[in-house]
Design a protein around this ligand. Structure first.
Ligand code: ZN
Ligand code: ZN
Length: 233
């Protein structure tokens, strides 16, 4: 499986986010004052424009990141660790991507298994060992144990419990993903909220003029203040 997809996939993803953002703005309560209607329209105008201006750059970043993932997945382990229980060489099993979303770093995990005791060790592409953090009890900090029971064809029940105190937590996991709802208004709202190239350029020019105008006003206010100070020291 490759991560990098045709450009249209990213365009659709970006447009869907734009549509959702604009829908949230237009969804506000119906009986509103004239002033809040104006605010809503201005907010919608800016959101549409800013989303359109940032579109190409965001899509390029997404594509670069997916390309990086594909490159990363081509890497192979450079050494083979020994099992900590049996001191024999371990066998290379599988690899998977490891995204550190908080630091934006992308790694790859190589999984090694011991042919004797079946225990695992995981190493990153930089040869650093990856030791997964075990969930701990929020009450007494003891490592939690867990079990999974099958509820029905669609759901599994996960239970996590502490062997030291009475702490217990459980949650259900759906096995079959539910089909996404068909969005009947998608193409209509796309025309409404996603600007064309020409409209993006128009917004960009209007923004530039507005910024220049507010700068002029600011300068004018400053001069006025200065003159007043000179007249009435
Ligand atoms: Zn072993
Ligand atoms: Zn506990």
């Amino acid at each position: 499986m490759t991560h990098l997809k045709p450009k249209q996939h990213y365009i659709d993803r970006y447009d869907k986010n734009t549509i959702e953002e604009c829908r949230r703005i237009t969804k506000r309560p119906k009986n509103q004052s004239q002033a809040s209607k104006i605010v809503k329209n201005v907010l919608l105008y800016i959101t549409k424009g800013e989303r359109a201006i940032n579109k190409d750059e965001t899509i390029s970043k997404w594509m670069e990141y997916d390309e990086k993932k594909d490159k990363m997945l081509k890497k192979e382990p450079k050494f083979f660790p020994t099992c900590l229980n049996c001191s024999i060489p371990m066998k290379y099993d599988i690899k998977e991507l490891y995204e550190q979303l908080d630091s934006d770093k992308l790694h790859i995990k190589f999984f090694f298994v011991c042919p004797n005791c079946r225990s695992y060790r995981i190493f990153l592409e930089n040869n650093k060992e990856y030791i997964p953090e075990k969930p701990k009890c929020p009450e007494c900090n003891t490592v939690l144990l867990g079990k999974v029971t099958r509820k029905n064809n669609k759901q599994h029940k996960h239970i996590s419990y502490c062997t030291n105190c009475n702490y217990k937590d459980s949650w259900n996991m759906t096995l079959k993903p539910t089909m996404p709802k068909v969005d009947l208004n998608l193409s209509k709202d796309r025309r409404k909220y996603c600007l064309t190239e020409k409209e993006t350029l128009e917004y960009s020019n209007a923004k530039f003029d507005l910024e220049a105008c507010s700068k002029l006003l600011e300068e004018h206010e400053k001069t006025k203040k200065k003159n007043n100070q000179l007249k009435n020291p």
